[in-house]
Design a protein around this ligand. Structure first.
Ligand SMILES: NC(=O)C1=CN([C@@H]2O[C@H](COP(=O)(O)OP(=O)(O)OC[C@H]3O[C@@H](n4cnc5c(N)ncnc54)[C@H](O)[C@@H]3O)[C@@H](O)[C@H]2O)[C@H](O)CC1
Ligand SMILES: [K+]
Length: 465
């Protein structure tokens, strides 16, 4: 699957300028944008009475186009504007709207509401009266569509600058923007569709899409499919979950090496490694592709020694949980010199421990963390962000909130290890793991527990063949 690009407001403006430099006018772009939005509105509500709310910028301009096109299809349309258009394109679009334009205060509730107040140009919160009116009108509508973005959202961070209602659908014009995937904004969009307006949308920031996996070659053997070694520690269950997930995610050979035998399928190889030196010996096996440390590792001296063995093994690494807490004490930049970039999978708390001083939006923070630590970062959450030290970054589609339960992170770690062993590319592996984890969660359904994710993994993987 070809991943979709995500453009910031500034990148969108640059892409728009480049398109115009090639001979397309802003009015043509606005006509395409309005047509794409009107088509969606028509499919959602047919001939229902429509209320179009227009702002002063080009988002409002899109709204006048929507109003004209829906009226041409026979809809009864009320247009309510916040202010007169402030751009030439929006003025032209308003001039082509043959009906009256009412003040926002005179907007009447309608079965279909189109929000064309503000898009990527929103610079500050909506006034309290305006956001209250928007919320009220959307709440009273049967269908609601946001043009480009719900008004009140900051494009690049996904922050809510003022209260925003829940929309049924949002049409992202030309390209996804970070707010279409980042929380809290993404939770207010409803179904998000990208409206094609003829802009070349290219970016180093991508949406994580369904991976394409290939079946093992006829010549495959267990080691060629990847050997993952999971270092266990104080809590056998967590390491077992990671190891079980790694073998279910397609690694050909998975060994669980801890101070006691763990759980898991019979296919899992249990190795007793009471002494950290035994762990080092197991890691010295040249067939080991990826080593995992963190889930259930513990935080005491023994855990430190085990982590030391893993870091010194010269293998590709996936580090999570307790390993991240231990690394935070010595500084994440100490990972920068490893032979291959490790994959780190911090949740919010672990990220703060590792990179507490980094500011900016979630994508900026993940990128800076990756650069500083020379690691691929899976910055987990409902809106997981993956960032690579080479500048590539990707945002996951919203994951089911049922994932908020013990052990699901350990499963993600195991999947990432299997994919890192298979691909050798930590960024690709991390993106694939995040997608598979989300897909398995959707398949496992409500009230899932971590074990259910592992059971659903083969079906999630099969969807990628
Ligand atoms: N990118 C494209 O290819 C196309 C995008 N289109 C649409 O245009 C908007 C972006 O338009 P822009 O004029 O830059 O910004 P906005 O319409 O979002 O708003 C800017 C406007 O509003 C004023 N303003 C900002 N914040 C506030 C506030 N809180 N209260 C009051 N006024 C505010 C600001 O000063 C400006 O006057 C994009 O999202 C698309 O919908 C085009 O259709 C063409 C193609
Ligand atoms: K809008």
């Amino acid at each position: 699957m070809i991943p979709r690009a995500i453009l910031t407001a500034a990148e969108m403006k640059a892409a728009e300028d480049a398109t115009m430099a090639s001979g397309v006018s802003v009015d043509q772009l606005m006509e395409r944008a309005g047509r794409a939005a009107a088509d969606i509105a028509w499919r959602m509500a047919g001939k229902a009475h429509v209320l179009v709310l227009c702002g002063p910028g080009n988002n409002g301009g899109d709204g006048y186009v929507v109003a004209r096109l829906l009226a041409e299809r026979g809809c009864e349309v009320q247009v309510a504007a916040l202010a007169d258009p402030a751009t030439d394109a929006a003025r032209n679009a308003r001039a082509q709207w043959p009906g009256p334009v009412d003040a926002i205060g005179d907007a009447r509730p309608a079965p279909m509401v189109v929000d064309a107040l503000f898009g990527t140009g929103l610079a500050r919160p909506l006034g309290a009266d305006l956001s209250a009116a928007l919320c009220d009108l959307v709440r009273k509508a049967r269908h609601s569509l946001a043009v480009d973005l719900p008004s009140g959202i900051e494009t690049d961070s996904g922050a809510l600058l003022s209260p925003v209602p829940f929309f049924d659908a949002t049409i992202a014009l030309g390209s996804l923007k970070p707010a279409h995937l980042l929380q809290p904004a993404a939770g207010f969009m409803g179904m998000t569709l990208v409206g094609e307006i003829g802009i070349a949308a290219e970016s180093a920031l991508l949406e994580i899409g369904r991976p394409t996996l290939v079946p093992p070659l006829p010549s495959a053997h267990k080691y060629s499919r990847g050997y993952v070694l999971v270092a266990g520690g104080a809590m056998a269950g967590a390491a077992s979950l990671a190891a079980d997930a790694a073998i279910r995610a397609g690694a050909g050979y998975v060994a669980l090496a801890g101070p006691e035998h763990g759980e898991g399928p019979l296919a899992l190889v249990q190795r007793l490694a009471v002494d950290p030196r035994t762990l080092a010996d197991l890691l010295a096996d040249e067939r080991v592709d990826v080593a995992v440390a963190g889930p259930g590792l513990g935080l005491n001296d023994k855990a430190e020694a085990r982590l030391e063995s893993v870091l010194a093994a010269g293998k590709r690494l996936v580090l999570d949980a307790d390993a991240l807490t231990l690394i935070a004490k010595r500084g994440a930049e100490t990972l920068a010199g490893l032979d291959a970039p490790p994959i780190l999978t911090p949740h919010e708390g672990e990220f703060a421990r590792l990179f507490g001083d980094i500011s900016g939006n979630k994508v900026e923070r993940a990128r800076e963390a990756a650069r500083r630590s020379g690691s691929v970062i899976i910055y987990k959450g409902n809106d997981s962000v993956v960032a690579s030290p080479d500048g590539r970054a990707a945002i996951a589609p919203p994951a089911p909130s049922w994932l908020a339960t013990a052990g699901t992170g350990d499963v993600l770690t195991g999947i990432a290890a299997a994919r890192y062993a298979a691909t050798g590319d930590p960024f690709e592996a991390a993106c694939e793991a995040v997608w598979l984890h989300g897909a398995a969660a959707r398949m496992a359904g409500p009230f899932l527990i971590a074990d259910d994710l592992i059971e659903a993994l083969p079906r999630a993987l099969a969807a990628c063949l």
